[in-house]
Design a protein around this ligand. Structure first.
Ligand code: SF4
Length: 314
């Protein structure tokens, strides 16, 4: 629950982890060697039009090293750089439940066998889960902090079609319903700024997510990265992308409508400089975060104040 004295105007995932574990907990990215059913032909071959896995894979996560070696390297780096104490193994690139259970289980167990790994975060698609996998994760969640991240990206089927997600909104709702109340924490991802979505359509996402069992939310602004279908579209016919100021105000409006029980894990997307085409805001991550935090303060806004059209006091 967000406290009135919080410096931040929203319920931040980092503060949640600190409070829950009482120490510095960081996510260590792991590449489990998976592919994606939306790229390998199981569902489609093109993938999502914005997908460039290089833009969200940190260097310590490489599929040549074993899971154990990746964790050792990531842990050593995070300890030194951030004085991190405990870790969540983040199975990040592609679709990390896209294999039979007897392949998945040893990878997850290896990650959890590291002395300072207290949990798992598993990035996947809502159409790549079944009862056997959920039941297994439920058992794991009885002894570790287990989060499943179901990508959604938009709450509008017309957008999901346009971006070639390969699943619809109902598929995400079904996955959430099957997984919630099983001791597994649930995260989802949403992209704001598709040029064909109106501002109102983007903001509808906040109330849609409220009450669906989402514990953690990652918000991204739409950006165009190299070697993607979106980049080709942008090259052929450039479309408007959000400025930092526009995005900061959009995020504030979104978070005003968002259930204050949802912890916000990410407020904006990022990509390596050499992968990013647009929008180029020319700011560091810290500067972008400061700009968004400042916008909350300037507008005297707090998470959930306008949930379901009501105005709640702070
Ligand atoms: S589901 Fe994820 S990994 Fe697969 S194509 Fe879409 S963005 Fe890429």
């Amino acid at each position: 629950m967000m406290k009135s004295g919080d410096r931040l105007r929203y319920n931040a995932y980092g503060s949640f982890l600190k409070e829950k574990f009482g120490c510095r907990v960081y996510k260590v990215s792991v590449d489990g060697g998976f592919t994606c059913p939306n790229r390998d032909g199981t569902i489609a071959t093109g993938g999502c039009i914005y997908c460039n896995n290089a833009s969200f894979r940190p260097p310590s996560a490489d599929r040549i090293s074993s899971v154990a070696a990746q964790i050792e390297a990531g842990v050593a780096y995070l300890r030194k750089r951030y004085r991190a104490e405990k870790f969540i193994a983040y199975f990040q690139p592609f679709t990390n439940t896209h294999a039979p259970l007897d392949v998945l289980a040893p990878l997850y167990e290896t990650a959890l066998s590291h002395h300072d790994v207290i949990g798992l975060s598993i990035g996947t698609r809502p159409d790549c889960i079944d009862e056997a996998k959920i039941a297994y994760l439920e058992r794991l969640a009885a002894r570790a902090f287990v989060t499943v991240e179901y990508g959604l990206q938009s709450i509008h089927d017309s957008t999901l079609k346009r971006i070639n997600r390969g699943h619809d909104v109902q598929c995400w709702i079904n996955a959430m319903e099957r997984t919630r109340n099983r001791g597994i924490w649930l995260c989802t991802h949403l992209i704001l700024g598709f040029p064909w979505e109106s501002r109102e359509q983007m903001l509808q996402g906040a109330e849609f997510l409220s009450g669906k069992g989402v514990n953690f939310l990652k918000l991204h602004h739409l950006h165009v990265t190299r070697d993607t279908e979106l980049a080709r579209m942008y090259h052929d016919r450039p479309f408007p992308l959000l400025s930092l100021e526009e995005y900061a105000n959009l995020i504030v409006d979104f978070v005003l409508r968002l259930d204050p029980e949802i912890h916000i894990e990410r407020l904006f997307g990022s990509a390596p400089e050499n992968e990013l085409i647009a929008p180029v805001w020319g700011k560091s991550k810290a500067e972008i975060r400061r700009c968004i935090d400042q916008t909350f303060i300037l507008r005297d806004a707090r998470q959930g104040m306008h949930l379901f059209g009501h105005t709640y006091g702070t």
